[in-house]
Design a protein around this ligand. Structure first.
Ligand SMILES: NC(=O)c1ccc[n+]([C@@H]2O[C@H](COP(=O)([O-])OP(=O)(O)OC[C@H]3O[C@@H](n4cnc5c(N)ncnc54)[C@H](O)[C@@H]3O)[C@@H](O)[C@H]2O)c1
Length: 385
């Protein structure tokens, strides 16, 4: 590529949380520039947000429909190369499908769509068009998560028997949705969030992390979903027992009413030789616990790490990398893959290592199966897709 990739954005205006994080992540490696945006559902906020990001008026749009149609008419190299979708869950499928239909690649927030059917349609569309779609399951972008995955794959831990993943947050402990918190308002509204609250919002991250690191798939689950704040319409807490296709047993806990917790995602995986532990709030450390020798501490930036961990690290050991860099890694790998495709070259396995539509379908199936199991008196529900 002799130029930066051009990004369009839907959502992510001054009224939003995650859009600004996407822009930082996309800017991090100098491979991408913001070219246009329909940055809010409110036209005034959309225009004002675009202005403060120095977007020209000609590339400032008030709806994604208008943006996709107008951008498709611009010459290649000038029009956006891909569309980033950072809207609430109920506004993921339409812009993603329309973008693909008009020849644009896509970066979309999780959960990929509002329903499982939509996710399958999107996956089919990606396959038909041959375009690239990245799904921002942020936590799979951390170097030490890549290292954990590689070590499980290489058999360092032996046969995997136990997977424990927990994702407690405390920010919905009170009825924040009635106190003007915009992020809480749509997340607790079934018409905007989907059929699950907490499990859809953060349980999907935990399930993705467990399947990503272990390379195993959930085959059965038994879910207990709770609404702990009276009057709330969707689950804000849940516990799920899991069975995996490699025979492992697991537990997934997700909660948004764990008062005092920030973003305490943590995973432990145990094989018959040893186990590993990684925690999002201490992301540059990976603990390796051995059955017959002392625990080892692996650190981001170490020369002994896998090619996947090294490829996703920017600074020498001891300079902490975090959430923004993990997000940046998804953008970087997406951009390198897309550039290779545009150049007619073959991306490396390391570049191709970012979540795709297939992961999105797994996430939506997780939501469906958890909700089904949570409402059933049967002990186990087969995980169907
Ligand atoms: N990967 C992660 O770690 C992570 C973290 C937070 C949020 N998310 C996901 O990101 C998405 C957005 O979450 P958020 O917390 O930033 O929400 P938010 O409410 O803060 O922002 C949503 C934005 O979308 C805009 N919007 C809504 N409908 C629109 C439309 N039709 N056209 C244009 N813009 C529209 C709003 O005006 C706002 O700018 C969700 O799907 C959420 O699950 C992911």
């Amino acid at each position: 590529m002799n130029r930066k990739l051009k990004m369009g954005m839907v959502g992510g205006g001054k009224d939003a949380f995650i859009g600004a994080v996407h822009r930082i992540a996309a800017n991090m490696d100098g491979l991408i520039e913001l070219a246009c945006g329909a940055l809010s559902h409110n036209p005034d906020i959309a225009k004002d947000s675009a202005k403060s990001l120095f977007l020209p008026e000609s590339r400032t749009y008030t709806t994604y429909q208008e943006m996709i149609k107008a951008e498709a008419k611009l010459p290649e190299g000038e029009r956006m190369d891909f569309l980033t979708i950072v809207t609430p869950n109920f506004v993921h499928f339409d812009p993603a499908y329309m973008a693909l239909d008009n020849g644009f690649n896509v970066v979309v927030e999780k959960p990929i769509t509002f329903t499982l059917d939509e996710a399958k349609k999107l996956q089919k569309k990606v396959e038909e068009t041959g375009l690239v779609l990245a799904l921002t399951h942020t936590y799979s972008g951390y170097p030490m998560v890549k290292q954990a995955k590689q070590m499980v794959k290489d058999g360092a831990l032996g046969k995997i028997k136990k997977i424990i993943v927990e994702y407690p947050q405390g920010w919905l402990t009170r009825m924040s949705e009635r106190e003007g918190n915009a992020q809480a308002a749509w997340r607790t509204d079934p018409s905007k969030s989907g059929k699950s609250g907490c499990m859809g919002d953060i349980g999907t991250h935990a399930a993705h992390l467990a399947e990503y690191i272990t390379g195993s798939r959930i085959t059965k689950l038994c879910a207990d979903l709770n609404i702990m704040v009276p009057g709330r319409a969707l689950d804000d807490d849940g516990n799920v027992l899991l069975k995996f296709d490699n025979g492992a047993a697991g537990v997934l806990i997700a909660s948004q009413i764990a008062a005092g917790e920030e973003n305490a995602l943590k995973i432990r995986v145990y094989g018959d030789k040893g186990g590993l532990e990684w925690a999002q709030q201490e992301p540059n450390t990976l603990l390796l616990k051995w059955l017959d020798r002392p625990t080892e501490i692996y650190r981001t930036g170490g020369g002994y790490l896998s090619s996947f961990a090294k490829h996703n690290t920017r600074v020498p050991a001891g300079h902490p990398e975090g959430y923004l860099e993990a997000f940046g890694n998804i953008y970087r790998n997406f951009a390198l893959t897309l550039s290779a495709k545009l150049d007619g070259t073959t991306p490396t396995t390391e570049m191709l290592d970012f979540p795709t539509a297939a992961d999105g379908v797994r996430g939506m199936a997780f939501i469906d199966n958890v909700v089904k199991s949570g409402g059933s008196s049967e002990k186990w529900t087969d995980f169907t897709v």
